[in-house]
Design a binder for this molecule. Structure first.
Ligand code: 5AD
Ligand code: SF4
Length: 478
């Protein structure tokens, strides 16, 4: 209820977006499916895998909910509010289902995993429940559901990475793409439900990642984000039989990034998300070395108080985090840094909160995603600690960090006035068809007039910043 995210970014604005590739002649397919996705970028990437699996089994997609035979909702459990949004949407689907006999509703993703078959009892009109590691079994589950059975598969896997499945991306802008490089999470942050919903960490075959990225580049994509819950712990050990006469060949995250970056200097590479404890100097040096690896790190702080960090099981102190920020600035002086912050975690005092404000100021974040703590059933925090910070204090603290972040974002943008950046054009500005919108390496949005610019989406231009707001840089092509 109090969950607030300030600065809307691309993924936030995509919440609930319908996913509808290849809707062609209705007679080509045995059934039509519709997928709606919520939550993190990983979920959006997973929906593209699901679309590919369903397409392979002879189903076609539709953008139109009313004409769908199968309605899927890919869900998020990270905060209670995310789950409430999904439940509300399910009640709307229920009406459609009543009106159109034979329509099946399937719940995918983290909420499916968290609630398992309980979902079928709680939400009577849900027919299919599938966890994040069981999407390959979807066609079979659809058949079961068609036969009148309730179909559930929430088995988690230690191996599944969907490495061989080519995601379907017809809904994209043709410039930005997300490539999943690992799944699951072995960190045990006490507030977080992800280790329970997405299982153990596993890394995807490096070759399949490179091939997917190369293919994207050849199809015109120019900005690839390597995705994982904890990308810095990427570690793939290939069976090197074909490669190196029986030797085991291991690929680290730094090496993987380097290989993706070397596909072409015209391809930008980003990654998300890093746990501060895992981002190595190697990664920072690789970033510094390659012009096309973007100078931007999302480095979630969560709290600036060492005592709270310990309760959160984050495994670093405030000093350690600050030293990490120093290290980033030393190796990559122009690096953009953003953060995730939770206020009102169990036992958080005014002093702890002041520590968070202090680290925010120290780090000078360009952007933060800020949340009120939401207790999640089954997590370490739910079992061990009391959610004891009153709602009004949580709200007040959230307002304070949001205000500070607004100041920091504006300050960061003001520092860019007069500077020149290489900008990749992503599309038309949302505000005006006379302007292009793109991003610089630091992930900042830059808007500039189209007039006289002989370039379009997927192409690079040099832009000089002339004005700014806290969210956007405004400039002119030079
Ligand atoms: N309550 C509030 N925020 C949470 N996050 C994760 N779990 C919770 C929770 N229980 C936030 C963290 C994480 C981001 C993806 O969501 O800040 O980095
Ligand atoms: Fe939500 Fe986390 Fe699951 Fe992504 S991994 S959908 S953020 S709970």
């Amino acid at each position: 209820m109090f969950d607030v995210v300030t600065d809307k970014t691309q993924d936030e604005s995509r919440q609930g977006e319908a996913f509808a590739p290849f809707a062609q002649d209705p007679n080509t397919y045995k059934k039509r499916f519709y997928i709606e996705s919520y939550g993190c970028q990983m979920n959006f990437a997973d929906s593209e895998v699901v679309a590919s699996i369903l397409h392979g089994a002879g189903f076609g997609a539709t953008r139109n909910l009313e004409e769908a035979d199968l309605i899927f909702i890919n869900t998020c459990s990270i905060r209670e509010k995310a789950e409430q949004t999904v439940r509300k949407r399910l009640t709307e689907f229920r009406k459609l289902k009543m009106a159109r006999k034979g329509t099946l509703v399937g719940v995918l993703g983290c909420m499916a995993e968290r609630l398992k078959s309980k979902f079928l009892e709680e939400e009577k009109l849900v027919d299919i429940v599938v966890g994040p590691d069981a999407y390959r079994t979807l066609p079979g589950l659809v058949e079961e559901a068609e036969g009148g059975q309730k179909a559930v598969n929430v088995l988690l896997s230690r191996e599944e990475t969907y490495a061989d499945i080519a995601p379907i991306r017809l809904e994209s802008n043709g410039v930005n793409a997300f490539v999943s490089i690992m799944r699951g999470c072995n960190n045990m942050c006490s507030f977080c439900v992800v280790p329970f919903t997405r299982g153990r960490e596993r890394s995807r075959d490096a070759e399949s990642i490179i091939n997917e990225c190369r293919d994207l580049f050849e199809r015109g994509f120019r900005d690839i984000t390597l995705l994982g819950q904890n990308v810095d712990s990427y570690y793939y050990v290939a069976d090197g039989n074909q490669v190196d006469h029986g030797a085991q060949v291991a690929v680290t995250f730094a090496e993987l990034m380097e290989r993706v970056a070397s596909i072409s200097p015209l391809l930008r590479v980003r990654f998300s998300t890093s746990h501060p404890k895992d981002i190595t100097d190697d990664v920072l040096h690789v970033m510094a070395r390659h012009e096309n690896i973007c100078k931007y790190i999302h480095l979630p702080l969560q709290s600036g108080s060492t005592r709270v960090l310990q309760l959160m099981n984050r495994t670093y102190t405030r000093e350690w985090y600050k030293a990490k920020v120093d290290r980033i600035r030393e190796i990559i002086p122009d690096c953009g840094i953003s953060s995730d912050i939770i206020v009102g975690f169990c036992t958080e005092t005014d002093e702890d909160h002041a520590d968070t404000l202090d680290v925010m100021r120290y780090s000078g974040y360009d952007l933060s995603y800020m949340f009120i703590y939401s207790e999640r059933p089954g997590t370490l925090a739910a079992r061990r600690y009391k959610d004891d910070v009153p709602d009004d204090i949580k709200k007040k603290r959230l307002t304070e960090i949001v205000n500070l972040q607004n100041e920091l974002s504006l300050l960061s943008n003001q520092k860019d006035l007069g500077k020149e950046f290489r900008v990749l054009i992503e599309g038309e500005s949302k505000r005006s068809e006379l302007d292009w919108m793109g991003r610089n390496s630091q992930n900042k949005v830059i808007v500039f007039p189209k007039e006289g610019v002989n370039a379009g989406p997927g192409e690079y231009v040099n832009v000089k910043v002339t004005e700014c707001t806290k969210a956007t840089l405004i400039g002119k092509v030079i």
